[in-house]
Design a protein around this ligand. Structure first.
Ligand SMILES: [Zn+2]
Length: 199
């Protein structure tokens, strides 16, 4: 029921302000939006607190990828969890991690419902450097992969490399956006601010 209400409210807003917001007026099927995503065309340039940034996605050799994944699981992830628990406890609490969760992280263990994400994935040439890592809840994490990254790398020659729009954040701990599943474009943000002032 609540979900339906949100849906109706959203689509109403969308058609009313479609032109200013820069959205396509025609109601696109999910196939059409997947096709656009595959070409790196999105109706938003911020998703779940990450801004889209153009990068080259190029796979290193398989042996190297496997070695990096192994290193990540055995050494880097535990070290990263300890590091953020030590340096960003308030940010972790704001994201929904309890004191018990923080204690778990200080031992180098993962907390249920949260994931350490490679901002540029290993199979896209990303490293295990802490600056390439961010801890975040699983749902917005999976959306980054399923809605933005995966469609752009599907059926591509990743050994040769492909330019994609990558969801990027400079943070190591995810900040929950004001809207839970935030998908914004710059024009829409300006328009919303103007609407708010006008009221
Ligand atoms: Zn990820």
């Amino acid at each position: 029921m609540v979900k339906e209400f949100i849906h109706a409210k959203r689509s109403g807003k969308r058609s009313a302000g479609a032109a200013q917001y820069g959205y396509n007026n025609s109601r696109s099927s999910s196939t059409a939006s997947k096709e656009r995503a595959a070409r790196g065309q999105f109706d938003f340039d911020v998703i779940n607190g990450f801004r889209l940034k153009e990068v080259e996605f190029k796979s290193p050799p398989k042996k190297q990828r496997e070695a990096m994944r192994e290193q990540f699981k055995k050494e880097v992830r535990p070290a990263f969890l300890k590091y953020v628990a030590e340096h960003f406890p308030n940010e972790l609490r704001a994201m929904g991690i309890s004191d018990a969760g923080l204690a778990t992280m200080r031992k180098g263990y993962s907390v249920n419902g949260f994931n350490v994400h490679h901002k540029l994935p290993i199979h896209g040439g990303g490293t295990n450097d802490f600056k390439n890592l961010i801890i975040m809840p699983i749902k917005p994490h999976d959306e980054l992969h399923h809605e933005v990254i995966d469609p752009q790398i599907k059926n591509q020659d990743l050994n040769a490399g492909v330019k994609i729009k990558l969801p990027w954040s400079d943070d190591m701990v995810w900040k929950r956006p004001a809207q839970a599943r935030e998908k914004l474009n710059a024009a829409a943000i300006v328009q919303m601010a103007q609407n708010r002032r006008g009221r």
